[in-house]
Design a protein around this ligand. Sequence first.
Ligand SMILES: CC(C)(COP(=O)(O)OP(=O)(O)OC[C@H]1O[C@@H](n2cnc3c(N)ncnc32)[C@H](O)[C@@H]1OP(=O)(O)O)[C@@H](O)C(=O)NCCC(=O)NCCS
Length: 415
Amino acid sequence: MGKALEKIRILDMTHVQSGPTCTQILAWFGADVIKVERPGVGDATRAQLRDIPDVDSLYFTMLNGNKRSVTLNPKTEAGNRIFARLIEACDVMVENFAPGAIDRMGFPWEKIQEINPRMIYASVKGFGPGPFEDCKVYENVAQCTGGAASTTGEIDRVPLVTGAQIGDSGTGIHLVAGILAALLHREKSGRGQRVTCAMQDAVLNLCRVKMRDQQRLAHGPLKEYPQYPHGRFGRAVPRAGNASGGGHPGWIVKCKGWEDDPDAYIYVITQAQAFPALARVIGHEDWLEDPDYNTPEARLPRLEHVFSEIEKWTMTRDKMEVMATLNPLNVPCGPILSMKELAAEPSLRGAGTVVEVDHPERGPYLTVGNPIKLSDSPADVERAPLLGEHTEEILKSVVGLDDDEISAARAQGAI
Ligand SMILES: CC(C)(COP(=O)(O)OP(=O)(O)OC[C@H]1O[C@@H](n2cnc3c(N)ncnc32)[C@H](O)[C@@H]1OP(=O)(O)O)[C@@H](O)C(=O)NCCC(=O)NCCS
């Protein structure tokens, strides 16, 4: 069975994380992703956070699997011509340079459309139209300006950013959706279109429930937040520690070994329908008859006590034991799994979500494979390319250059 995006060719002008996340997913789906990199330098992340001297970093290799790398400087005369040919030969161009960078290379959207009216041109920028549209943006800036930081952290403590890269990878994933929609639309219209996704917008989209709470706040305190009933609510949605963002209260509680193990915790959700079983297992059968505890509404002002009682029980067992006990009772819960545990987890290896690939310079390394599973076209996770590894092959087979033309381009510093 073929790959879902077989025969779709992507001109990948991305760097760092947000754009590469997008094109890596497209590559896993089977698109031919041609990553264009600056001659001699490449994507800056090749050299960032290196663990092995002079070897492409894990930062780069984990975001650029299944792609082909061509070195090309579109700002040179020959590079400009080659780039125009690549635009002609590709279906989608993806970029996440600073605002205006591709225009400054001589390729505004109007020109791209002129060269290839079927081209879908997708960009990530920090902000959409408005006062900040020209700003350069990295992950944590997006988390701060998109509503994640103001709503993450402990009550009355500094705003926190999350380890999940919702600004970079989150926006890249949003962009994938836009590109696929534009590809489908092109089937009907015959024309490409512009796809843009701002990191602020993507983060805000992921913080949708907090915008929900902002509007609920106008009608009274947020009763599932730990500030209720004793704390004060201001005018904006506050940070809520580990409170659940949904309709069923939840919290992180300690498990056996928490004194030495920073990850000996579990998240427990007191879903209404599973609460009687949870109360029984922790030795609080009395709650089932007690009007202060036997309905979700009655428990809301007493959640701190409820979770401290649950914690007394969880502290007597390790987190996997707690999970094994609560799961059959249909109590939604999840142990805090460290990266070490996730890297070794057999089920994630089995599902192709954690994958080991071999690299000619660094040897085997672990990467996170495609989390999106297609039944008829599963992803084969391959290593990231070396800088310019496919330059000649692409210039010949995609651009149509011969050896002399390639030598001339090289002499100009175009490739
Ligand atoms: C991420 C970001 C802050 C990095 O900024 P930066 O390191 O200063 O890099 P820039 O994007 O400004 O690009 C640097 C230059 O490289 C040039 N360049 C890129 N590829 C090139 C190539 N193949 N050949 C020659 N020059 C190239 C660009 O033309 C640009 O030059 P210019 O500023 O003279 O026009 C910025 O790219 C950005 O804000 N991107 C949009 C938002 C985003 O995706 N952020 C998250 C990244 S994970």
